[in-house]
Design a binder for this molecule. Structure first.
Ligand code: ATP
Ligand code: SKM
Ligand code: MG
Length: 294
């Protein structure tokens, strides 16, 4: 049985990823995540503006960062940006969690779709859309070959496409793992999840191990830091504390010894002097009684 967490739609610009992603999520009652919208939310700017502000390299890094996080979502339909350079290595990691659907369309259809909103796609050459789209489709061909399923959206109704996807999911036998519920803590799902994340620590850091109480975590962190970076000072700190404790106890012993020496009838007036501190102290009722008994 194939088990995945979510469905991811990849494909060239204007192929219909966002359009079908939204519809599919609605149909399945799942959440819809569009990496373009996530980025826009993060930067508070439209895609083209983000591009202008931070440049293509930083944009791709930010996009990758979003992808690494959202690919771990459960029961989500995720639409990826249309110019995301999906390499074999990236796709392999994404496939571990996501059922990958490649969305494609014929050149003429893509040209008509991208021409609807000129300027929205920062890397698109709007002066030469046909040639640009042609080259883009060629570059996507090898990627579609690695998808779990490819949907051609050139002609047809959205409803029918949704039905085709559902049929394909049934025939492929893929099952989607639901998000862990709080009372499922001991069913091993949580353990598996953190192992997966550790295995792919290039994907994301495991920060959601809620089983470790915060105090213990903080303690662990402190002892780790002290233990690894400042071994000497940690040891001496403990030693100092231990020594102080011992000397306090010893001090108490000496004090009581000094007092007991004064517990003599010669002590007289109900007061006694501590030889160490040279201070006078009123004896307690018990001490006075004991003294008089002596
Ligand atoms: N099957 C369809 N029927 C009618 N309109 C469609 C269909 N598919 C996509 N569109 C329209 O085409 C345009 C581009 O589609 P969409 O934004 O979904 O593409 P995309 O693959 O997400 O593109 P990008 O990679 O740029 O984000 C949108 O205006 C969308 O409404
Ligand atoms: O031109 C581009 O590089 C982009 C265009 C849009 O399709 C976006 O989906 C994408 O994130 C970036
Ligand atoms: Mg889109």
């Amino acid at each position: 049985m194939i088990i995945k967490r979510n469905i991811m739609l990849i494909g060239s610009m204007g192929s219909g990823k966002s359009h079908f992603g939204r519809n599919l999520a609605e149909r399945k009652g799942w959440q819809f995540v569009d990496t373009d919208r996530v980025l826009e939310g993060r930067f508070g700017l439209p895609i083209a503006e983000i591009f202008k502000k931070i440049g293509e390299k930083a944009f791709r890094r930010a996009e990758m960062d979003v992808l690494k996080k959202v690919c771990l979502y459960h029961e989500a339909v995720i639409s990826v940006g249309g110019n995301f350079p999906i390499e074999h290595r990236t796709l392999k990691v994404l496939k571990k969690y996501s059922y990958i659907i490649g969305i494609r369309a014929a050149q003429f259809r893509i040209v008509s779709r991208v021409n609807r909103r000129i300027g929205k796609r920062p890397t698109m050459d709007y002066n030469n859309v046909h040639a640009f789209v042609h080259a883009m489709i060629q570059s996507w061909k090898p990627v579609y070959k690695q998808c779990d399923f490819v949907l051609d959206t050139t002609n047809g109704r959205t409803y029918d496409f949704m039905q085709r996807i559902e049929d394909e999911l049934v025939s492929s036998g893929v099952q989607f793992k639901a998000r862990r519920q709080p009372n499922d803590m001991n069913n091993g799902d949580d353990k598996e999840s953190s192992q997966e994340l550790k295995l792919n620590n290039s994907v994301t850091r495991n920060t959601n191990d809620s089983r470790i109480p915060k105090k213990i975590e903080a303690h662990k962190r402190t002892s780790h830091t002290l233990g690894s970076n400042k071994v000497g000072s940690n040891t001496s700190c403990c030693d100092k504390r231990r020594k102080q404790k011992t000397s306090n106890q010893a001090g108490k012993g000496r004090k009581s010894e000094a007092i007991s020496k004064q517990r003599t009838p010669q002590g007289g007036n109900g007061y006694e002097k501590n030889r160490n501190t040279n201070k006078r102290r009123r004896r307690t009722w018990h001490e006075r009684r004991h003294q008089s008994a002596n």
